[in-house]
Design a protein around this ligand. Structure first.
Ligand code: CA
Length: 290
């Protein structure tokens, strides 16, 4: 087998990276702008599909569904990681990648990701060990193992450790993409189309917000931020978590973006009745009191 794990014998199978890194995998014409409501990694979201699949669910659902589905790639082979990143971005997902097991565990637990693609043989920490820890904290998070280990006992070990799915390298990108869609679809079917907490109700399909029955008009980013708070009621949320979950920043851009938008939200929610239930936690961040 090609050491990259990418070589394949049929035209439907990925034959990168040697000559193919300039040709993007997948069918997409480019990543789509993210402007949906950020999804939690577990039990909540709106009700349609990722780019290209949303017509299955009707135009209204498509308009509302969060295209900001976040996928974390854990892969230490740079060519494969790059290939996956570009292919999944072309499918419309927000993608990030890490290259060792320790960082993978940290990101999987701390970040608001919707699906993980996990290699097994990794520096720092083995993929199965990463998986077990992630499973302990996030039982519903879809995790697809993507590995060169192709024996039956490997597959059994992976699935028993909590993998949602198991795909062997070399792999066909279209199959991986289809499995990603399938697992996101399954997750989504359990999801709700409304969020409610602290007297605030968000209709994700209509992108409408009410507080104590009074309509609140929000900008797109204010709406995203409020969704994020309602998905994490009573949790202390750091500015970095909010920047990552709402704006997609994996770094602190050194601005007061979060402060400014929390200010907007408080003012608009306040106009609909009483002070807004978003507390400032000094030196930490914010919390929605519900
Ligand atoms: Ca590896």
């Amino acid at each position: 087998m090609d050491p990259s794990g990418l070589a394949g014998s049929s035209s439907s199978v990925v034959d990168l990276p040697n000559q193919g890194l300039n040709s993007r995998p997948g069918r997409g014409a480019g990543a789509r702008a993210r402007h949906g409501c950020p999804r939690g990694s577990g039990a909540s979201a709106a009700a349609a599909g990722p780019r290209g699949r949303s017509t299955l669910y009707g135009p209204e659902a498509a308009a509302a569904y969060d295209q900001g589905v976040r996928i974390l790639i854990v892969e230490d082979e740079p060519a494969i990681a790059d290939f996956l990143e570009r292919g999944l971005r072309a499918e419309g997902y927000a993608v990030s990648s890490v290259h060792d097991g320790i960082e993978a565990t940290r990101r999987a637990m701390a970040d608001d990701v919707n699906l993980i693609i996990l290699d097994l043989l990794l520096p720092g920490r083995d993929g199965l060990s990463v998986l077990r820890e992630v499973r302990g904290g996030k039982p519903a998070l879809p995790v697809i193992i993507l590995t060169a280990r192709d024996q039956v006992h490997d597959r059994v070990a992976g699935l028993d450790a909590g993998a949602t799915d198991y795909l062997v390298k070399p792999f066909a990108f279209d199959e991986l993409a289809a499995r990603v869609r399938a697992h996101l679809r399954t997750q989504r079917q359990a999801d709700s189309t409304t969020l409610e907490a602290a007297g605030i109700r968000i209709d994700l399909l209509r992108r409408e917000v009410e507080r104590e029955g009074t309509s609140v008009a929000l900008s797109a980013k204010e709406f995203d931020l409020l969704c994020y708070f309602l998905r994490h009621p009573n949790q202390a949320l750091s500015r970095q978590q909010i920047l990552s979950g709402v704006w997609g920043y994996d770094f602190d851009p050194g601005t007061n973006l979060v402060e400014v938008y929390v200010g907007y939200l408080r003012r608009k929610l306040g106009q609909a009745g009483g002070s807004a239930p978003i507390e400032t936690l000094r030196s930490v961040g914010y919390r929605l009191r519900a």
